[in-house]
Design a protein around this ligand. Structure first.
Ligand SMILES: [Zn+2]
Length: 149
């Protein structure tokens, strides 16, 4: 359960390598829900701050919520890093800020979370390392593996 729900007020789950994809964990959580070993109350527990971020600045996920099937699924990104100082742990907004960080910061981590602003389903989607040291791309995978030349 550790990597499922995202609490924006706590330190995010650590990960290894340039990026980690939480799709398998997401699928497992949804399967447990269908089997009945998890209750909607267990998975629809988005932190109030995450709900608020989803409502106000969340990016439309372009697919329905896997739990309530409403078109209310949003992506919210959070960034962490020593270089970010007091901005560490902040929601990425406006989206251009992420592009700016990629060119001004050596290294930071970004967590993408999906949250349903209707039923409060939430799950980590992916986490990745970005920054000048990792190429200029702000896309999650491209550039992440490139070494400094
Ligand atoms: Zn929902």
């Amino acid at each position: 359960m550790a990597a499922r729900s995202f609490d924006p007020t706590r330190k995010p789950p650590p990960f290894q390598g340039p990026s980690v994809d939480y799709r398998l964990a997401r699928r497992a959580a949804l399967a447990s829900l269908r089997r009945g070993s998890l209750d909607t109350g267990d998975v629809c527990d988005a932190h109030p701050e995450l709900m608020r971020a989803g409502k106000n600045i969340g990016e439309d996920a372009g697919m329905p919520c896997p739990v309530c099937s409403h078109d209310t699924l949003r992506f919210v990104r959070y960034v962490y890093g020593e270089e970010l100082k007091r901005n560490s742990g902040r929601v990425v907004y406006p989206p251009e800020w992420l592009r700016e960080l990629v060119t001004t910061c050596d290294q930071f981590t970004c967590y993408v979370v999906e949250v349903c602003v209707d039923c409060a389903w939430n799950h980590l989607v992916k986490a990745y390392v970005a920054g000048r040291r990792y190429g200029r791309s702000s896309s999650p995978v491209a550039g992440a593996r490139r070494e400094r030349s």
